[in-house]
Design a protein around this ligand. Sequence first.
Ligand code: NAD
Length: 505
Amino acid sequence: MTATAAPPTHKIEVENPATGQIVASVDVVGPERIPELVERARAAQPGWEVLGFEARGQLLRRCQKWVIDNSERIIETIVSETGKAWEDAQMAEVSYAASAFGFWAKNAEKYLADERVKTASPFVKGRKLIVRHVPVGVVGVIGPWNYPLTNSFGDCIPAMAAGNAVILKPSEVTPLTALLMGECVRECGIPDGVYQVAPGFGETGGALVDAVDFLMFTGSTATGKKVMERAAKTLTPLALELGGKDPMLVCADADLERAANAAVHYSMQNAGQTCISTERVYVEAPVYDQFVSLVTQKVGELRQGAPRGPGSVDLGAMIHPPQSDIVEAHVRDAVEKGARVAAGGHRSDSNGHFYEPTLLLDVDHSMAAMREETFGPTLPIMKVADADEGVRLSNDSPYGLQASIWTKDAAKGERLARRIEAGAVTVNDAQINYVALELPMGGWKSSGLGSRHGADGIRKYTKKQAIVITRLAPKRDLHMLPYSAKRTKLIARMLKLVYGRGKRD
Ligand code: NAD
């Protein structure tokens, strides 16, 4: 999906894409109102920062409990604006938010504590050197529609834990969850102005880029480029979490039953609308037929429709109906170039918006389905001669978000993983790294810039400050003006002594 322009309205009519019904009408915060929100955020931030990690952590833990206490309501809200399966909202959203509140409450201080460093420079030895991490002030978060809690609100949590105020611009398609989380932070005692929501379109996002001290963007690569271009005008620092085309490489010695279950789950979960979805599969020739037969049977068993509570469907709707155009175009292009549709292949917009779980065989890299992000419930499977060809084709992509390798030989799996050009690689698993918040999560190549989670996932919301404290020192250092031949020679001797031996320190 790419950017949508604001239609001439001051309301967003939120549609449940699984039923076609309008579930809410939300006031748009236009770009002209962003300065007012930023001013409120700037007024609230110093008090929030001064509270310190312990007190902020307590409030974040209250939010964690609120999320669990209100999980049904949150899931219902997510399902109502996305049409996704109940379990997709539970596992990948509510569970993520609950875990993230606790993780950042516990670890923010550890990642952001002052660091004492030692120097090898003879000119600075003996001084006290400190690295400080100072909250940037006001963070803007712009999110996509596929995970309104995890990929929009989720990035606000470490930003707040670091002591910043945050303004979230959720996708215009799914603003309701972000607004509900406003209720969470209010009820849990986070001060007014620390978390604000700006429902709106691309132009509201643009105004946010101009006005904040750091911008966290999650969305398509095309919009990410526009955001980066705009950020250059104000030198707004930013991180970009963008699109992907995650490959799965199935070796002949893989546990095929597990690999097939995973291929189906990780390509179809959230109806394939996950940045780290498995978007293409390479299978070593000796097990190709068996793997395809397993996957075909499993895809055939999936149930799709409007979610009506837990366990009611496996696949929900196409969250943003225009995305079906892209899925349809990729399937059509593949078929025109010789691919076979082994399951699914149809779109339906008569009663909600759906695209069938679709299996594509006889695919190759001339097809968009193997090269561009499809972001829908499709699974193209390609036969490869060996793992080397699989690695080469996995890397033959502008994207580098994630990948997975499947083999019973763990050492071989790790060797293959190290050859993959992606920000994360899993062996005999997929996507699961996302819930290990200690690990960095960020794309290589056109999949992004910077990362979320781990130390960088919170340090990016801070400015570094280096402090040097000199206590005992002569009236004049050796290098100070005025220069003299004698001291210059002394410095030359010192340089030779320290750096001229060609040895390790
Ligand atoms: P999108 O790029 O169309 O929109 C994302 C957000 O950007 C929306 O809030 C939109 O209103 C806003 N926006 C649009 N134009 C803008 C502009 N000119 N300036 C500032 N903001 C602007 O993305 P989408 O269709 O909502 O989401 C799907 C995409 O997100 C997919 O490509 C998916 O891979 C990606 N995604 C990536 C990750 C990740 O972690 N890497 C996670 C989830 C989704």
